[in-house]
Design a protein around this ligand. Structure first.
Ligand code: ZN
Length: 266
């Protein structure tokens, strides 16, 4: 924490100055010899938080002269206490920057109210980053992707999910290379994170209108409904798509505020 380079010291001082007026993230220009973990430590942040905030892997080698955004500890939720754990049968999930109860619920095929109740949270409360949420098992009434005619299948921890046939074929080839060259699996973050029916899109849009979900397009206006987008599960997956996706027609083509959302452009 104390062996700061000059650049970090200046950035940290600037961060303190702005924190007095209004907490806000600050841009930091990477100095020679700096690492992501070093910058994170100098700003009192977990490396994972800083990486997630910038939509990059925590393993990323930051390049001298490039610029990264350093959130305040408050923005990153570092001081927030970890949500208490409770008995649940659906596993757990560590919150990363940019996620909401609505996005996590949607990605796991559970309702916002089920997820909030399982964690003793308000449906409209602030979700602290790095908190561990218990994910309840999806209720039997929650729709999961059925096998729609004319779509191609991709592998996920929830069984096959679906995409436009060309998008699915390209995804599967990209996944093969990711596994071979990076040892990194690629899969959607949840049952609703690849192809969605218009009905499922409508449910996400309703959550957004009710203030409990991420921004979602109305039914008929999402690239998920035509099977051309995937919401990847981790920043590490997004990193690999950034590295090799272009050769397969996959990349960050839309929704710049959603690091997890990648799209097939053909
Ligand atoms: Zn998406």
């Amino acid at each position: 924490m104390r062996h700061l380079s000059l650049g970090v010291a200046i950035a940290a001082a600037a961060g303190c100055a702005t924190a007095v007026e209004a907490a806000a993230s600050a841009s930091h220009v990477v100095q020679p010899g700096e690492t992501l973990s070093g910058i994170a430590a100098a700003n009192g942040l977990p490396t994972e938080s800083l990486a997630a905030w910038n939509g990059i892997s925590s393993e990323t080698l930051v390049i001298s002269g490039s610029s990264i955004t350093v959130p305040t500890a408050e923005e990153a939720g570092v001081s927030a206490s970890t949500a208490s754990t409770g008995a649940a049968s659906g596993g757990s999930h560590v919150v990363v920057a940019g996620e909401s109860l609505g996005s996590i619920a949607g990605a796991n095929g559970v309702s916002v109210s089920e997820l909030a109740a399982a964690n003793g949270l308000s449906e409209t409360g602030i979700l602290p980053e790095a908190a561990t949420l218990q994910i309840p098992a999806p209720s039997t009434t929650t729709a999961t992707s059925t096998a729609p005619a004319g779509l191609g299948a991709i592998t996920s921890p929830w069984g096959d999910l679906y995409l436009d046939p060309a998008a699915a074929e390209a995804w599967n080839a990209m996944r093969d290379q990711s596994l071979a060259d990076y040892g990194q699996d690629l899969y959607p973050a949840g049952p609703l994170s690849a192809y969605r029916t218009s009905e499922q899109q409508g449910e996400l849009y309703e959550s957004f209108l009710n203030g409990v979900g991420d921004p979602a397009n109305p039914p008929g206006y999402s690239s998920h409904e035509v099977g051309l987008s995937v919401d990847v599960a981790t920043p590490e997956m997004r990193y690999v798509v950034d590295q090799i996706g272009a050769a397969y027609g996959w990349g960050k083509l839309e929704a710049p505020d959603e690091w997890w959302h990648v799209t097939y452009g053909g």
